[in-house]
Design a protein around this ligand. Structure first.
Ligand code: RUQ
Ligand code: CUA
Length: 658
């Protein structure tokens, strides 16, 4: 217990004795004179890289340019977003459906870009939700969330969402042990009774659709992070874990007792074979699978009822434990696939395991007992070596193409560059402060693009103008092309960034979608010409089929709505030009605006509560006559007999033609 307190004391000490606030005059000292030039992207010019940075407890994914650090866009994923109507309009609400019902918020951690042959292919980015376990897939053509799958038998979906080198699988692993199936038992019965799940989610190679192929039922340790093997270790997946003690209270002490926890090495190819033979058992579960359809512009949510579960003892030779000091957080595999690095948060050294040695140890049966039937490999038999005293509190490691690793140290607030083969520190650089993840574009693949690295920091007090008690979240950009890391730029981020994924801009920019073709719009409530716009009453529902084009709605005067009605605005944006979305907002509506892209349809529900004449308007400044883009709905009393009437310029749309 003492050693933990020692670490915590060091942590507090290091955080609290950071340099005094810098003034704008003195702050440039640490930078070389041409740093500004290196990050300057002139007006109208493009950045070299896209960086997708997790929004942490915002639940979203933010898109930045590198090297400028400019924020381009926040992609709503697990949380409602009133800016875009995501999770508010009828089309996107099903995306946030779960087995717990509609969940408007999530905690997003680790984005990872799809790969082909171990190289980024720029098709999709996946990201995990930690709280209500889910994995999302985002299209890199539309920069929209197109699928969310819930993970059953899981809690604290943290060791996720990493992708194998041909995007065969994206994995999801649980941080919290839970009773599986969930049931009413005493928490003190944790040990042996609480279990964990490692889920392998198949990715359809054509359309990217996810489906849970199998779930491995593991002992109730806390699986923290994971990485796929690559190259020679393709076919394996590595999961770090803490709490091999199976503690259930005051984990900061009770889960820090063992000198070594484990990295679990999972031979997924072997389990895939086993499953192909029809083995494993099905368990009754409930999890939501939500898919966005780009033709109908609508999401559907299906409640799935079954999952295939594999017990490790039934597939001998598929899973091994690699002893790893001490409560490892990050678990990273280098681009060659040979080195597996355990970032032991409480360890004085970094542990590097060798994949080749691991295979040999398995062959030699160099075991050190087992845990719940899973063989523990002898530490010496798998360990390549250790990097002694590199810093305090290692969390995550990324790689370049030159055999170097870059590790973040939370407690000593620095990034350390070291050579993986020689186990020698080459360079170290302070960060401001308490760094979590770092990211090199493609750093998770066989081909990193090793020009820039960003460090994502948890604490930034004194780095920015204060904004009350809540301080900026922040990233720092480094040039890593030379021998020494060079700090270039600080830039704020949204939420608390965990991991990020980066990709050269040229791989995405040309395929970025510009408009939705009206003729391809298969939304059942779309109207494709003004003449087709109309209003229909069905009992106490009023359906308004509306169009929008610069700079009016059709219809723009609607009468015959009554208090107690449920009014559906089905709105189609008729524009077919890039960069002309229109918005829609209705006074008093208990929802967000709609922001509708050219050629798309979206639906907003409004339940008027008061008699009167109520205006609506376009929220997006779309033309010189944007302010004129407005209209009215007349609302009569509940029992009134005002007939339905809808007009544009006092004419019924489409009537002249008949
Ligand atoms: S975590 S700061 Cu959510 Cu990936 Cu390590
Ligand atoms: Cu349309 Cu403003």
């Amino acid at each position: 217990m003492k050693s933990i307190f020692a670490f915590l004391t060091v942590a507090v000490f290091l955080v609290s004795c950071n340099p005094a606030p810098t003034s704008s005059k003195s702050s440039k000292g640490a930078l070389t004179s041409n740093a500004a030039e290196k990050v300057y992207v002139a007006p109208g010019e493009y950045d070299d890289y896209y960086a997708f940075i997790s929004g942490g407890f915002s639940g979203q994914l933010a898109v930045y340019g590198l090297p400028s650090g400019r924020l381009f866009r926040v992609i709503p994923v697990f949380s409602q977003d009133p800016e875009k109507g995501y999770g508010y309009n009828e089309e996107t609400k099903p995306m946030l459906n779960t087995s717990h019902g509609f969940v408007p918020w999530g905690d997003s951690h680790h984005p990872d870009i799809s790969q082909t042959d171990g190289v980024l292919d720029g098709r999709w980015v996946f990201i995990n939700e930690n709280n209500t376990p889910r994995i999302a897939r985002i299209s890199l053509e539309t920069f929209e969330t197109v699928e969310i799958i819930e993970i059953p038998n899981s809690a604290g979906n943290h060791s996720s969402s990493f992708v194998t080198e041909n995007s065969e699988y994206v994995v999801a692993g649980t941080r919290f042990g839970i009773p599986i199936p969930q049931r009413d038992i005493s928490i003190s019965d944790y040990k042996g009774n609480f279990k964990a799940s490692l889920s392998f989610i198949k990715i359809d190679p054509e359309d990217g659709e996810m489906s849970i192929a199998f779930q491995i039922r593991m002992p109730g340790f806390d699986y923290d992070l994971s990485h796929p093997g690559r190259g020679k270790s393709h076919g394996w997946f590595f999961f770090s874990m803490y709490n091999s003690e199976e503690a259930h209270s005051l984990l900061e002490v009770n889960a820090s007792q063992n000198d070594k926890d484990f990295i679990a090495a999972v031979n997924w190819k072997k389990i895939e074979e086993y499953v192909k033979q029809g083995k494993g058992h099905k368990e009754k579960v409930k999890y939501a699978h939500n898919i966005w359809d780009d033709d109908t512009h609508t999401a559907t949510s299906t409640m799935e009822k079954e999952v295939l579960v594999v017990n490790p003892e039934d597939v001998p030779g598929a899973i091994y434990f690699l002893p790893t000091p001490k409560s490892p957080h990050g678990c990273d595999v280098d681009p060659t696939g040979e080195y597996i690095i355990g970032n032991g948060k409480l360890a004085a050294a970094m542990t590097v395991h060798s994949f080749t040695k691991m295979l040999k140890a398995i062959e030699d049966k160099a075991f050190d007992g087992d845990k719940y039937g899973i063989p523990i490999l002898k530490f010496e038999a798998v360990n390549y070596g250790t990097l002694v005293q590199p810093g305090l509190g290692p969390l995550h490691t990324e790689f370049d193409t030159r055999g170097n690793a870059y590790t973040t140290f939370f407690i000593s607030s620095e990034v350390v560059k070291w050579n993986v083969k020689d186990l020698k520190v080459i360079d170290r650089h302070p960060v401001y402060y308490s760094v979590g993840h770092l990211m090199i574009p493609g750093g998770n693949s066989r081909k990193p693009f090793d020009k820039y690295m960003i460090a994502m920091n948890k604490i930034t007090k004194d780095r920015y103008l204060p904004t009350g008690p809540e301080v900026c979240q922040s990233a720092q950009l480094f040039d890593i092309s030379g021998d020494k890391m060079e700090l270039l730029l600080d830039f704020p981020t949204i939420g608390e960034p965990h991991y990020a994924a980066g990709i050269p801009a040229e791989m995405l920019m040309d395929k970025s979608k510009k408009i939705y073709k009206l003729e391809d719009n298969k939304h059942p409530d779309a109207v494709k010409t003004e003449a087709d716009s109309k209003v229909i009453r069905k009992g106490n529902e009023v359906h308004i089929y509306m169009t929008m084009i610069r700079s009016h709605f059709s219809p723009d005067n609607i009468e015959g709505v009554k208090v107690g009605d449920k009014v559906f605005f089905h709105i189609t944006n008729l524009e077919q030009d890039y960069d002309v979305p229109h918005g829609f907002a209705m006074i008093g509506a208990n929802t967000s605006e709609e922001l509708i892209m050219p050629g798309r349809t979206a639906t907003m529900v409004w339940e008027p509560k008061e008699v009167g004449v109520w205006p609506f308007y376009c929220t997006d400044f779309c033309s010189a006559l944007h302010q004129e883009m407005q209209g009215y709905v007349r609302v009569s009393a509940k029992g009134a007999n005002t007939p339905i009437k809808y007009t544009l310029d006092d004419e019924v749309p489409g009537e002249e033609e008949e």
